[in-house]
Write a protein that binds this ligand. Structure first.
Ligand code: GUN
Length: 295
């Protein structure tokens, strides 16, 4: 059988960013308004630093006002909340994102819920979760990674997923659960799997749409995939590989790509799939937040 179509997240994200950049320029000309994004990072986790740098770079390239607030790894909860309060009150800021994971002394729930829902471009506030699960996405924010996955699924299958089985592996608040809400909203029949699921490969093989977000390199094998399925790999695992006797770091997904590409109908690569789309959706949410201030 022919190999799967590659879903090029990098190219899709570039198209989205171009449109966002144009709209941002129009907002400046017509409304004297510039979208503002604030990214808060606590500590020096190297992966988080890379993600935050990419978000800042992308915001600047779209023409946004971009702010980064960096706190020491031992920052107290009150210090973090004080920074968020300041950003909540700043009219130049339309989106606030606190990079996760946070150091142990901080309560992630309290910190994420302290961002006002109107600036919660990550979509983690309970008010935005409620809007998403009740189908009221127009006035809330959808978390960036599932929103990006959804655009890639729609590109392959269209907006109506009636009659299709969608299987999500992973039940996180950031990806698995919001992904299920979005797929359900588009009429898919949705199953969420996790570490306690019985015979995971058999459940996965039933999927016309398979979304994998577990954080285990190459866990999903070729024989877990229904021939022709659309496979969305959310995994971003750094693994060590040996190239010509030299140890190198490599970014690898949760899907065994070499096997899956022989069976799937379409698949996202890692890197160059979900990652760039997540950042593009963050820009899209921030622009939307700014636009809501003049609507
Ligand atoms: N860390 C990993 N994914 C995310 C995300 O979507 N948002 C934030 N804020 N932190 C993350």
């Amino acid at each position: 059988m022919a190999k799967a179509t590659l879903i090029d997240g990098k190219a899709m994200a570039a198209d989205l960013s171009a449109a966002i950049t144009q709209t941002t320029a129009d907002l400046a000309t017509n409304n004297n308004l510039r979208p503002g994004l604030a990214v808060v990072i606590v500590g020096e986790d190297p992966a988080s630093q890379v993600y935050v740098r990419n978000k800042k770079r992308s915001a600047e390239s779209c023409g946004f006002y971009s702010v980064q607030r960096t706190l020491l790894a031992d920052a107290s909860q009150d210090e973090v909340l004080a920074v968020i309060d300041e950003l909540n009150a700043d009219p130049a800021i339309h989106g606030i994102l606190v990079q996760l994971p946070l150091p142990k002394q901080l309560d992630t729930m309290v910190v994420t819920q302290s961002i006002v829902p109107e600036k919660d471009v990550d979509g983690f506030h309970f008010q935005n979760i409620g809007k998403l699960t009740s189908g009221n996405t127009a006035s809330g924010f959808v978390p960036c990674t599932p929103a990006g996955c959804m655009l890639m699924i729609e590109k392959q299958l269209g907006n109506d997923l009636s009659g299709l089985n969608a299987v999500i592996i992973g039940r996180s608040n950031i990806v698995g659960k919001p992904m299920a809400s979005l797929l359900l909203q588009s009429n898919a029949t949705v199953t969420i799997c996790h570490s306690r699921t019985k015979d995971l490969p058999a459940v996965a093989r039933n999927a016309d749409i398979l979304v994998v977000a577990v954080g285990r390199p190459r866990m999903v094998k070729g024989d877990w995939i229904k021939p022709g399925a659309v496979v969305i790999d959310v995994g971003m695992n750094r693994i060590e590989v040996e190239v010509d006797g030299e140890k190198k770091n490599k970014l690898t997904g949760d899907v065994d790509f070499a096997e899956a590409v022989e069976v799937a109908g379409a698949i996202t690569p890692v890197p160059g799939g979900v990652g760039p789309m997540t950042i593009a959706m963050l820009m899209s949410n921030t622009l939307q937040s700014a636009q809501r201030t003049i609507d």
